[in-house]
Ligand binder design. Structure first.
Ligand code: HEC
Length: 117
């Protein structure tokens, strides 16, 4: 086999390994785990509870998340936190990508291993 093809094959293999390690946004996953999981369960479980339209509605209706968590001090602090605000867009994308009818199912990786609560 010509060297160039060997090199190209190796390159493509490495690239696809890279992709399989990042099938979802791990920053969003970690943010949800830190801020929301204590009440809502793992980030994937949480994402599955509602559909994409609902996620969009809760995230893009001004003051909605604050209102829902009004009587839950820890929840209110989470949705008001700087960390949440900084990652809000990524979180919404993550929740939508893994929402109720998305059909996505996750196996094991370094962050997550199939437990749903
Ligand atoms: C201290 C517990 C707590 C934390 C932390 C918390 N929540 Fe909640 N959240 C709740 C409770 C309880 C409800 C249900 C309120 C109701 O039905 O009146 C709720 C409801 C919601 C809902 C409405 C849809 C649903 O599933 O009922 C959304 C969306 C939501 N939370 C998003 C978040 C996000 C995003 C975070 C993290 C940034 C977060 N929550 C952190 C307790 C929490």
């Amino acid at each position: 086999m010509p060297k160039i093809i060997v090199a190209a094959t190796l390159f493509i293999t490495l690239i696809s390994f890279g992709e399989s390690a990042e099938k979802y946004d791990t920053t969003a996953f970690r943010t949800a785990t830190k801020l929301c999981s204590s009440c809502h369960g793992t980030a994937f479980y949480m994402a599955k509870q509602i559909d994409d339209d609902d996620w969009d509605f809760y995230f893009n209706t001004p003051g909605k998340l604050e209102k829902i968590h009004q009587k839950i001090p820890k929840g209110l602090a989470a949705v008001k936190s700087r960390r949440f605000k900084n990652h809000k867009k990524r979180l919404l994308k993550f929740f939508i990508a893994n929402s109720k009818y998305s059909g996505s199912v996750h196996g094991c990786d370094a962050n997550f291993c199939g437990t749903h609560h």
